[in-house]
Design a protein around this ligand. Structure first.
Ligand code: SF4
Length: 357
């Protein structure tokens, strides 16, 4: 199997070219072809000599994966299916000593909205966090995506040149694959990379505290936290991760950072009828977030099989929103997008894995 150049940092590409006996300046040219011009093959790097291209192609490839499936919603939302090769957990090796992999698939969702086009990207195949209301969580964990897998989602979608924003909110918990996600963010935000402002990027997490601290220290991107319930025992019943990383500790950490300027923090709150949608919850949520410059997004729950709760009715969501707003917490009901193609929040599962559900 060839080594992918996509996802490498300039210093790593320099090591590659020096190892291959090519001039040092070739590294800069390759970086430009990969991240500015977004080519799909080494052959397209036309300012490299033919010899250099042939030499590189013996061991390396660009590594952009094309999408293998596409579903379009009546509201313009598009869901892309990407095949991925995931290293088998447990350090398995093939007989030739290369890491054993298995085929899987992940999804990315492009959400158009007036002059914006937001790409919701996946960072893992499956997820080990096991949230009870989530289709991805149900399928278990298959493995981490590589930087090339994640960057392919940006490069291969039809709207690649029109993307204005991204959210790490697809399949997987991005802070459970943090080193790779951080590498992708570095490539997205560097001048030598995509040149995006950090303000265009939001990472959504359930609150993996050690890596959340790193993310807040090491990037200037926005944060979204999946909160869903202000009461620890009730949150734990839906989100086993609450045992390891209590939402109160997550908030204590977040309060140490400045969200009064360009950087924003929001809290995702999926509404389950009769479970987390009454006055008691609204008031406890307001107390939990009191004094924090933030926004709460109320999310419509999309019914999934073998799960006891439905989505709260719209009037209940509106009362909940108004109560929070009166307590001083900016709250909106998020418009649901792509429901007809199973692209809405919590519905991503990956075609490949559907037969297992
Ligand atoms: Fe994983 Fe997020 Fe689903 Fe929880 S909601 S299981 S963290 S993908």
């Amino acid at each position: 199997m060839k080594i992918k150049l996509l996802g490498l940092l300039p210093s790593e590409i320099e090591s590659v070219v020096l190892e291959e006996g090519l001039p040092r300046f070739t590294a800069k040219q390759i970086v430009d072809w990969l991240y500015h011009k977004k080519v799909r093959s080494i052959d397209e790097m036309t300012n490299l000599s033919k010899v250099a291209r042939e030499k590189l192609s013996e061991k390396y490839e660009v590594g952009v994966t094309a999408y293998a499936g596409l579903a379009e919603s009546s509201d313009g939302t598009k869901k892309y299916l990407f095949p991925v090769e995931i290293a088998r957990p447990g350090g398995w090796k093939n007989l030739d000593g290369t890491p054993a992999t298995e085929k899987s698939a992940v999804e990315a969702v492009m959400i158009p909205d007036e002059d914006r086009a937001t790409l919701c990207v996946s960072s893992q195949s499956g997820c080990r966090m096991g949230c009870k209301f989530c289709m991805t969580g149900r399928q278990g964990f298959h493995g981490n995506l590589s930087a090339a897998d994640i960057l392919s989602q940006f490069i291969a979608v039809d709207e690649s040149d029109k993307l204005t924003n991204t959210v790490f909110m697809g399949m997987g918990e991005p802070l459970d694959n943090y080193d790779t996600v951080k590498r992708v963010i570095d490539i997205l935000t560097a001048e030598w990379g995509f040149g995006w402002s950090p303000k265009r990027i939001t990472l959504s997490t359930i609150g993996v505290i050690p890596n959340l601290r790193r993310y807040l220290d090491e990037t200037r991107c926005h944060l979204a936290v999946s909160l869903h319930n202000p009461f620890p025992e009730e949150r734990y019943a839906m989100m086993p991760v609450q045992k390891a990383w209590n939402i109160r500790d997550v908030l204590e950490l977040i309060r140490k950072y400045d969200f009064t300027g360009q950087r924003r923090v929001s809290f995702e709150y999926t509404m389950f009828a009769g479970y987390n949608d009454d006055k008691r919850h609204a008031d406890a949520l307001a107390r939990l977030l009191s004094g924090l410059e933030c926004r709460v997004n109320l999310i419509r729950f999309h019914k999934i099989p073998d799960f006891p709760y439905d989505c709260s009715p719209t009037p209940v969501m509106e009362v909940f929103r108004d109560r929070l707003c009166r307590s001083g917490v900016t709250t909106t009901i998020r418009a649901s997008r792509g429901e007809d193609i199973l692209a809405a929040c919590g519905m991503l599962a990956g075609e490949h894995n559907k037969k297992n559900q």
